[in-house]
Each structure stands twice: as C-alpha cells, then as structure tokens.
Design a protein around this ligand. Sequence first.
Ligand SMILES: Cc1ncc(COP(=O)(O)O)c(C=O)c1O
Length: 390
Amino acid sequence: MQYSDKILTLEESNTLAISALAQSLKKSGKEIINLSTGEPDFDTPQAIKESAIKAINEGFSKYTAVSGILELKQAISQKLSRENSLSYSPNEIIVSNGAKHSLFNAFGAVLNAGDEVLIPSPYWVSYPEIAKYNQAIPIFLPTAQENNFKITPNQLRDALTPRTKLLILNSPSNPTGSLYSKEELEALGEVLKGSNVWVISDEIYEKLTYSDGFVSLASLSQDLLERTITINGLSKSTAMTGWRMGYLASKDKTLIKAINNLQGNSTSNINSFTQMASITALSPALEGEIETMRGEFERRRDFAFAKCSSIPSLSLNLPDGAFYLFINIQKLKRFDGDSMRFCKALLEEQGVALVPGVAFGVDGFVRMSFATSLEILERGFEKIAKFVED
Ligand SMILES: Cc1ncc(COP(=O)(O)O)c(C=O)c1O
C-alpha cells in the first residue's frame, strides 16, 4: 500500500515518549506529579455549562452555518473591538474546532509547496508539522534566553527571501511565556512593510498575562491589519479545552471565503451547543470569573518562579504570560543539555513529568506547567530539588 507523501512527513510528538513513560510508571503504582499538561486545571465556569445545557434542552442540535452562527460571530466581533481595538465584522470571522483547527485552516489557505514559513524557536509543537503537511518549508528563527526568547527586527529582515510566505507570532508564547511589547511588534511590522508576507498572530494565551503589555498585532497599523490572520479561542482563557472552540479573523475576503470552503468540505460547523455556550463565555459578564482564574495563575507563577530560582543549578526568566516556566538545565553536567534524558531520569527517579525542550525545537531547556495547585507545585519542586542535588 502507498500513502500520501505529506502525511508521512508528520512526526510523532516528542512529548509522547514522556507521557507513555509517566502512564506506565503510574500503572505500576508510582506517585506521578504531572507538570507537563497544557491546560487549565479549573472547571469550565457554571454559566457557560448552563448555556450549553439550555441549548441542548431547547433542541439546538442541528447543523449551523459553517463559520458559526451570526450571534456568536457578533459576540467575537464585539470582544475584538472592546478588548483588542480590532475592527472585524462578523463576516470576517470563522469559528473552528479549537485554535489548532483555525491554524490548520489558515496555513492551508495561504501555503503552496516550497513556500517558506518563518517560525521563531522555541515554538509550539504543531506549527512546523502543519507547515510540512502543506509541503511548505519551516525556517526556524532561533531566539535566546538573554533576549527573553524574542526575535529581533534584524533577524526577521535577514530571514526574508522571495519564497517567504508566512511568519508565525505567538505572544504570549508557549513554551517560553514571553510577551512582545507594542514597540517590539511595531518594529517587526516595519520590516514586513512592502512585502507579501502573511502573519499569523496566535493570541490564544492573551488572557493569561501578568503585566499590562498584551497588544493584538493587527491593531497596530493598517498594513498589519491587512496582512495578519488573528487567531484566538476559549480553551485557555475560559478553561474550555475539551469544548473545542477557536476562531480566526481576517480582513481578506478571498481568504475568508477559501477557509469557509475548506471547512465546509471537511468538518463543517463546530458543535451547535458549544456555540451557544461560547456566546456566554465571551460576554462581559464572565470577565470577573476569568480574572479570578488569571489571578490564581499569577499566584502560581510567582510561587513556581521563586521555588525554581532558589535552585542554583537551574536558571529561568520570569514569564509574562501563559502558564509555563521554561527552565535552563545546561549547568547540570550529568545531562550535558540533553532535555529528553533529563526528563526521563526525573520521571523515573522522582516521578515528576516535565516536557523536554527538544519537543519545542531547543535542547538544554525543559517546560514546566504551573496550571496546577500550589500544593502539587510545592511537592514537585521538593522532588526536583532532590533530583538536581543528587
Ligand atoms: C500556542 C498554542 N496555540 C494553539 C493551541 C491550540 O489550542 P486549542 O486548539 O485548544 O484552541 C495551543 C494549545 O496548546 C497552544 O499552546
């Protein structure tokens, strides 16, 4: 039997080896402290659940418009205007099955075989895979801890070629938690002026920031508004990972129509009652509850950062957003910067699960999620401290 070339380019996630080991150790009765997950540990707010239940009870269970019901797209349009100074009308918005699906649609709509996609590294695991699936070429822009894992305008300028089609920006970032300032984004935008390069701005961690610095890329200039595909969703902000709701917005009518066709011929609309629940999730009435969760994440960030900083053989930057610490393990001679070996040994010897940096394209670092209770974090750090001291 033969398979498509592009499907065979997709790689198994580097994180799977660690999850499989964690599961088998757990089965054998070992206590596992899982600090590897990328999702809030909070339950979805009650009002959101009730909207979904109401929709089901009222029989709102049929196909809807492919890109989402008008009321939901209106709610997104209002959210983008109210919170992000972005003016997108409902017909410039497409709702999909999570931000991952929105990214998949956006990549598919702009990429041809051989196009170059600029991806700052470390990166979120799916960006290069989706690029490769579209037979495009991921070009990694390495960043440094000293520069808070951000690319510079010069670096972007040097990376541009006639084949560059797309730049991915993810601020706040998974895995580093770094947040680009307005000035930094404007400077990157200046470099792109006059080019035909699209930008995907993945703003999924927007609500989880610990300073006032978040700005939406497309709000910074007319030029950026036109070239940017803004992507967001409810998974991280509203503790709704399993509901599968994401969206993209673009001023480009041809792009929106193309993505509508792509989605219409693949998944169609996202499930109808999630759409009703999402209207509630996006309403100003939910702001208090979202802020409570954000405040709790900030407390955990401060706690985890202080704990980690007190271990001399580890180094890290204070993350401005998301819910991860990106920890430098290079001082530990035993591992010689091998993040996979570090994570396997930590799991086997102390039962703590972290994600190796190599999964995000850089070795010498590991990612720890602080989307868990202070008690679990405390226990995790006790074990990590013991591990690195041994
Ligand atoms: C940077 C980034 N973008 C997108 C996603 C996808 O989120 P979802 O598909 O749940 O909306 C994630 C999830 O981990 C992420 O970390």
